[in-house]
Ligand binder design. Structure first.
Ligand code: CU
Length: 162
């Protein structure tokens, strides 16, 4: 009698446990999934994605700045882009700089298939093409700059959806 009661309680406990785990598991899984996405987007190699907008500007450690003037297409999407940008320091636009632009996916450890070609199109105005953001995910785009005797690096990061 005592043994039967224990078995019945055990069985009830199992039922209760199953109900709890299916509901709780589903809820926790959903929340965990969102948390993981947020971690992945925000914590990719410690790189924070920038919000693309024309005129977005960043400064390197040596004081050289890159202002992203336009992108074709705009907004950024999973394809090849032509970017127009301006290189500046505290005094204004910098003509005649040597500029190398490098797209890279830090989470995947690879770059673009075709390295962009950079050309100067005006007084401190440059163009880079193609910026080939061909895969969904986080892309960094680094600008290696040498203007006169100043060498600097400016890095942007963008999350590319489909
Ligand atoms: Cu990739």
């Amino acid at each position: 009698m005592r043994r039967w009661a224990a078995a019945a309680l055990f069985s009830l406990a199992l039922w209760g446990c199953d109900d709890d785990s299916s509901e709780g598991g589903g809820g926790a899984g959903g929340a965990g999934g969102h948390g993981h996405l947020a971690d992945g987007g925000g914590g990719s190699g410690g790189v924070q994605a920038d919000a693309w907008q024309p005129g977005l500007m960043k400064m390197g450690a040596q004081g050289l700045m890159v202002r992203l003037d336009t992108s074709d297409p705009d907004p950024l999407t999973r394809t090849q882009h032509t970017w127009a940008f301006t290189v500046m320091d505290g005094q204004g636009p910098q003509a005649g700089c040597a500029v190398t632009v490098t797209p890279f996916m830090p989470d995947h450890g690879h770059g673009a298939n075709t390295p962009p070609t950079v050309s100067e199109v005006g007084d401190g105005a440059y163009q880079a093409s193609p910026i080939d953001l061909f895969m969904r995910g986080l892309w960094t785009v680094s600008f290696a700059l040498t203007c006169g005797d100043v060498t600097d690096e400016v890095q942007f990061a963008f999350w590319i959806e489909d």
